[in-house]
Design a protein around this ligand. Structure first.
Ligand SMILES: Nc1ncnc2c1ncn2[C@@H]1O[C@H](COP(=O)(O)OP(=O)(O)OP(=O)(O)O)[C@@H](O)[C@H]1O
Ligand SMILES: [Mg+2]
Length: 457
């Protein structure tokens, strides 16, 4: 063993408590010597009952267990029962099974459940230490991730106590930041511009701004500028006088109807030049005229606008007025793409499930791997469709019907350091195996590891 790897063993075993459940005193002593040499505290017991009692007292970081606990027993039944009991009652505690060569198949079957490994007797010390270290590292990584998640959940819950979040679901830091800004600026009576790609939740953000503003009980109207033909948009926004054009009846526009309240202008980027000029005027002076009328009217509307296009580029290209942009973007909220906040994928997916449905673990992994170019709306559609198509109440990968990942070379871009480290831990450092588990080619995983400065073991 090299000095470097001995050093890292020390680091992950120091002050950890390892529970050894084995009826052989010789085996107990061997583990005590080996593991305490690396700084671990060893508890050794001879029977499953004593082992479970020790676990119940808490503070066991890892279990090493035999498969038979009486001299005459060889079936491994007792070991299997103990393993299942520990997994059920203490799911976070990793287990190393000590097994005879003749029972290897059972052991392989058992450790598929995860956070477990098996070692054939007589064992090789180096191999055992590597396995123990990997499992302990995996456990720490999971515990850290869980602590972070619960801290974020608490932060969201605290925000939801003071503000109406309109049922918006998230666990990511990125969305928390946007939600905090939105609730803070909600009461300021100025325009807000919401930016972000398709289906990312811009409209929910507008709802949050409105619901937490002083205009919460006043009219709240929405106009999708992209859904209307250009010639009707101005009529929709500013209204028409009877006879303004053939067949036109007198009609109130949205700016008039929303007086005192809020107007959400979706797909702002599609507004024509003349529409932009009129919008700028009503924002600056509160004044407008109905189409076909020369009576100037006044309105006091807060405008929240959203767009998925790059307005700065549109300004450069001459298709969007710079002065209007500055009027509207007093406050800018940028909603990040779902691919940039992957912690939100599973909470959102579970939120969209119909009552009584659940996701299979493999389906959850597939959801995490998908790049979600259509963002939350695409996820919502995928889950709705899956609930209709799933044969039973558990949704598997095939019911999700996700298109294969394209964009070669970038297929691993969504994986962060800890996801890769965990997969490598489970694959005992074998890159090909970790790649298979992550649904990647070996080359793609190597490229990603290189980028993150990770090495295989
Ligand atoms: N964080 C979230 N929690 C719960 N539901 C969400 C969340 N984000 C989006 N949704 C839901 O996903 C769908 C798409 O969101 P929304 O309409 O707000 O996106 P958008 O950015 O306005 O999309 P587009 O650019 O296509 O107009 C909606 O049904 C919305 O309710
Ligand atoms: Mg929208």
């Amino acid at each position: 063993m090299s000095t470097a790897s001995a050093g890292s063993l020390q680091a992950s075993l120091a002050n950890r408590t390892v529970l050894v459940i084995d009826d052989s005193e010789a085996v107990q002593t061997a583990f005590e010597v080996l593991l305490s040499l690396h700084g671990a505290k060893v508890l050794a017991v001879a029977s499953p009952a004593e082992g479970l009692a020790a676990l119940a007292c808490g503070s066991v970081d890892l279990v090493i267990q035999d498969m038979n606990f009486r001299r005459e027993a060889t079936s491994g039944e007792e070991g299997i029962a103990l393993f299942r009991e520990i997994k059920a009652r203490f799911p976070d505690v990793p287990i190393v099974l000590l097994t005879a060569w003749t029972h290897l198949e059972t052991a392989v079957e058992l450790v598929r459940a995860g956070a477990a490994d098996y070692i054939a007797k007589p064992w090789d010390d180096a191999r055992l230490l590597t396995s123990v270290r990997n499992l302990l590292d995996l456990r720490s990584a999971r515990a850290e991730a869980a602590a972070l998640r619960s801290a974020r959940r608490e932060a969201r819950a605290a925000l939801a106590e003071s503000f109406d979040l309109r049922g918006m679901v998230y666990e990511s830091e990125a969305m928390h930041t946007v939600a905090c800004t939105a609730t803070q600026v909600a009461r300021a009576d100025v325009p807000v511009l919401i930016l972000g790609p398709n289906g990312v939740g811009k409209e929910i953000m507008a709802d949050i701004l409105q619901a937490n503003s002083e205009r919460a009980t006043r009219p709240y109207l929405k106009v999708n500028l992209g859904a209307l033909p250009t010639e009707l948009i101005e009529a929709e926004l500013f209204g028409t006088e009877a006879g303004a054009f053939t067949g036109a009846r007198a009609r109130t526009g949205r700016f008039e109807a929303a007086d005192g309240g809020t107007l959400f202008l979706d797909e702002l980027g599609t507004l024509s030049g003349s529409g932009q000029a009129k919008l700028l005027r009503v924002l600056q002076t509160g004044e407008f005229e109905r189409l076909g009328s020369n009576v100037t009217r006044r309105t006091r509307v807060r405008v929240i606008a959203a767009t998925n296009i790059n307005l700065r580029q549109a300004i450069r290209a001459g298709s969007f007025r710079e002065d209007l942009y500055y009027r509207l973007s007093v406050i800018e909220l940028e909603v990040p793409a779902l691919a940039e906040r992957r912690e939100d994928i599973l909470p959102l997916a579970r939120h969209f499930l119909e009552r009584g449905f659940a996701l299979a673990p493999a389906a959850e992994e597939a959801l995490l791997r998908h790049p979600w170019p259509g963002n939350v709306r695409e996820l919502q559609n995928a889950i709705r469709r899956a609930c209709l198509l799933a044969g039973g109440s558990v949704i598997g990968v095939s019911a999700l019907n996700l298109p294969p990942v394209t964009a070669p070379g970038d297929e691993a871009a969504h994986l962060d350091r800890s996801a890769i480290e965990q997969a490598l831990g489970r694959a005992r450092g074998v890159v090909a195996r970790a790649a298979r588990e992550l649904g990647l080619s070996r080359q793609a995983l190597y490229r990603r590891m290189e980028k993150l400065g990770l090495r295989a073991s």
